[in-house]
Design a protein around this ligand. Structure first.
Ligand SMILES: Cc1ncc(COP(=O)(O)O)c(C=O)c1O
Length: 352
């Protein structure tokens, strides 16, 4: 009954959402704060009669609002149903099956899922001992393109713009370099200024993390206008109306309250830095993070042990059973109260 290709599918595994009790959820890098009050107002004012009509297929008002937020022209941005959908279009649009797409060994785990879905070969290059990404290693392989998250996930490490510029300068200018900036708003520096110099740079953003919008599903791609046009052709060959009318309105309200998000994200960064220091005092190794999560291990404990012990206290964090990072856990930064509780739980593990 099913097509042959179904057998080869290896789907993404999202952070768990168990229902056996109420957990503090620090396992999916969601924002612990609510969206701007302007989003609630826009929702209250939404006229349901609009739902009779199809939405604007290109979400043009939303594109304008987002372009103004990030300081580019509207023809340089495009909106998708979460950045996961944008990523799917990226793999379809730019990578073909002759040469591999190159990516770091540890990065967002949906990239290999899309590569497999579209039958694109992958070449993974190891991270350095401190979990930074080696430009030389990325460049060493003959590839059809490069993709990674910056800051990277699940490590939290940031590649400087100087290094990124070096990568773009040395790489083939006809091949895409895709930089997923899902976590850029927690203290890292965006690559948007480099778009003027490098036509092959493609930047991805999501509203799921810094804009408290994970349940709404909204992501963007930022690139040169002709790249965006090709993207629109792909989108129109798959799903003509990816962003519904409600989300287009709420997305605009989000873009119009940058100050609110700047404040909550600065608060998250402050909590992260405090939490990292406290964990170090307890003997944990914490990878320096520019994101809303920290990647952590402790000598003598496996990642799975830390994850299980913390879960007993009613807190969910993420453990990846991947070779090379199996001793680490990834912890989303929540509110100060949530992090106090987690710190207490992690203190108890250390004293076992
Ligand atoms: C690096 C990275 N890119 C993209 C995404 C997907 O985000 P979205 O919710 O917009 O699909 C995630 C989600 O965890 C992520 O970590």
């Amino acid at each position: 009954m099913f097509a042959e290709r179904i057998k080869a599918l290896n789907p993404y595994v999202p952070g768990e959402q168990p229902k056996d009790r109420v957990y503090i959820k620090l396992n999916a890098n969601e924002n612990p704060y609510p969206p701007s009050p302007r989003v609630q107002e826009a929702l209250n004012e939404f006229d349901s009669s609009i739902l009779r009509r199809y939405p604007d297929p290109d979400a043009n008002e939303l594109r304008k609002a987002f372009a103004s937020l990030v300081g580019v022209t509207p023809d340089m941005v495009y909106a998708g149903n979460g950045s996961d959908e944008i990523l799917s279009f990226i793999f379809y649009t730019f990578f073909d099956s002759k040469l591999p797409v190159v990516l770091p060994q540890h990065t967002y785990s949906f990239y290999p899922v899309y590569a497999s879905y579209y039958n694109i070969p992958l070449h993974k290059v190891p991270l350095e001992d401190d979990f930074s990404i080696s430009i030389d290693k990325l460049l060493k392989v003959e590839s059809c393109g490069i993709i990674f998250a910056n800051p990277n996930a699940p490590t939290g490490r940031f590649m400087s713009l100087a290094d990124l510029r070096e990568l773009l300068t040395k790489y083939d200018s006809d091949k895409p370099v895709v930089v997923d900036e899902a976590y850029i708003d927690f203290g890292a520096e965006t690559a948007i200024p480099l778009l003027k110099e490098f036509h092959n740079l493609i930047i991805i953003r999501t509203f799921s993390k810094s804009y408290c919008f994970a349940g709404a599903r909204l992501g963007f791609v930022i690139a040169a206008p002709d790249v965006i046009n090709t993207f629109i052709t792909v989108k129109n060959s798959f799903n003509h109306f990816p962003i519904d009318s409600i989300i287009q309105k709420l997305g605009i309200a989000t873009c119009n309250d940058y100050t609110y998000y700047q404040e909550i994200n600065a608060k998250i960064a402050k909590t992260r830095d405090w939490f990292s220091c406290e964990l170090e005092k307890l003997g944990y190794d914490v990878i320096p993070s520019k994101t809303n999560f920290v990647f952590v291990k402790k000598t003598g404990l496996s990642g799975e042990e830390i994850y299980k012990e913390v879960k007993k206290s009613g807190i969910l964090i993420r453990h990846f059973n991947h070779s090379g990072i199996e001793n680490y856990v990834r912890i989303t930064i929540g509110t100060q109260d949530e992090m106090d509780l987690l710190l207490n739980a992690m203190k108890n593990i250390s004293s076992n």
